[in-house]
Design a binder for this molecule. Structure first.
Ligand code: ASP
Ligand code: MG
Length: 403
């Protein structure tokens, strides 16, 4: 008998029919003699709809109240799913995050899990219940409800799997697994049988959108047996695991991030400490900076360009303009008509020329590169947003990822 944690995303439970479908799947797993803990997200677009509702009343609602509101979405799904399982003649019990012992810090809307007290979960499992837990939420030391950030149910599932030492954590979604590229953009994209934690982490943070990146961090840290698969069929899915050196592929996948913006600080003084001043200012406002490029100096001046998340563009420009005199630059140029395209693969480490092949693909398609950044297992370029889909396709083809 095994202990299996299953997580179902919002699209997998979006209506009554899908809820019943998920209930049957869970019951099948249970009937095979397994203990089952299920984590669910809010149905369909519920979370987005709740955010809209809040905006109608107060566009600057406090994060504490937003968490109180958004956590209700998951509470709807857990109760409906428990009812669905009961209608099939099996015992199920639904638990909110706090009932399941999920304690977090007090960073509302982006809380981090601190500890899971598994007592209640264990008790329900011992009573042979199928346990249904609300994803995305926890409770802090003030007994207030917190949420883990958009997409956080994946992280709830992996954390619970780690805390219970589950044999397997299955993340169910509406696609068959992790692909070499988003199949809606690259028609020939292929499902990967397996991917390493590190590669998945890169893809998750590059906007591939399959798994919440903290869930991958946790799975790596606690070596959780993780699998991404479809709730709509029985295809085998993608295993996310510790790297097997033999299976290293040079490039595993291509990802696109459209939520980026570029800022160029033009004609800033070319003397020590300027980069420090710029980036400490941004850090003080909790603005994350990604790709950074600095021109060589001429006549005592230089340019510093960097990218930020699109949502932070306004805030970043504001703080820089406020400090224009102190930083003594001439002007700011910004653009949000840019996309970041990245290739990821742990085999890059010992294969020179990978970046070059990517640049060649873009050159052949006459796509101009604005910025470049690399790490051991990824290469990212910043290009015009209008070229993003084409870029994904030509790069995917150049590396023969469809084969
Ligand atoms: N319902 C939350 C969201 O839409 C959490 C999740 O789906 O994982 O972001
Ligand atoms: Mg998700």
């Amino acid at each position: 008998m095994a202990l299996i944690v299953q997580k179902f995303g919002g699209s997998s439970v979006k209506d009554a029919e899908r809820v019943m479908n998920v209930a049957r799947r869970i019951v099948d797993t249970y009937k095979q003699g397994n203990s089952v803990v299920v984590i669910v997200s809010a149905q369909g677009d519920t979370t987005d709809d709740l955010i809209e509702k809040a905006k109608e009343i107060n566009p600057n609602a406090s994060k504490r109240e937003m968490d109180m509101l958004l956590s209700t979405g998951e509470q709807i799904s857990i109760s409906l799913l428990a009812m669905a399982i009961q209608s099939l003649g099996y015992n199920a019990v639904s638990l909110t995050g706090w009932q399941a012992g999920m304690t977090t810090d007090s960073n509302y809307s982006k809380a981090r899990i601190k500890k899971i007290n598994t007592e209640r979960l264990q008790k329900e499992l011992e009573a042979n219940n199928i346990v249904i837990v609300a994803g995305f939420q926890g409770i802090n030391k003030y007994d207030d409800i917190t949420t883990l950030g958009r997409g956080g149910s994946d992280t709830s599932a992996v954390a619970i799997a780690a805390a219970l030492h589950a044999d397997l954590c299955e993340i169910y979604t509406d696609v068959d697994g992790v692909y070499t590229a988003d199949p809606r953009i690259v028609k020939s994209a292929k499902k990967l049988d397996s991917i390493s934690f590190d590669e998945m982490l890169e893809l998750a943070s590059l906007g591939a959108g399959v798994l919440h990146n903290r869930s991958v961090e946790l799975a790596k840290k606690y070596n959780v047996n993780l699998m991404v698969r479809s709730s709509l069929n029985n295809n085998p899915g993608t295993v996310v695991k510790e790297e097997n050196k033999m299976e290293r592929m040079i490039v595993k996948g291509v990802a696109r991030d459209n939520d980026v913006a570029r800022i160029s600080i033009c004609n800033i003084e070319d003397k020590p400490g300027m980069a420090f001043k710029v980036f400490s200012l941004l850090a003080s406002k909790k603005i994350n900076v990604d790709i950074i490029l600095q021109s060589i100096g001429r006549e005592g001046k230089k340019d510093i360009s960097f990218t930020v998340n699109e949502d932070n563009l306004e805030k970043a420009v504001e703080i820089l303009e406020e400090n224009k005199e102190r930083l003594s630059f001439e002007e700011l140029k910004t653009s949000n008509e840019v996309s970041k395209i990245s290739i990821v693969g742990s085999g890059m480490v010992n294969n020179p020329g990978v970046a070059c092949t990517m640049f060649e693909a873009l050159y052949d398609a006459n796509i101009n590169i604005h910025m470049i950044s690399t790490s051991e297992i990824k290469v990212s370029v910043l290009i015009n947003k209008k070229n993003a889909d084409k870029a994904m396709n030509v790069i995917h083809e150049k590396f023969n990822l469809a084969e």
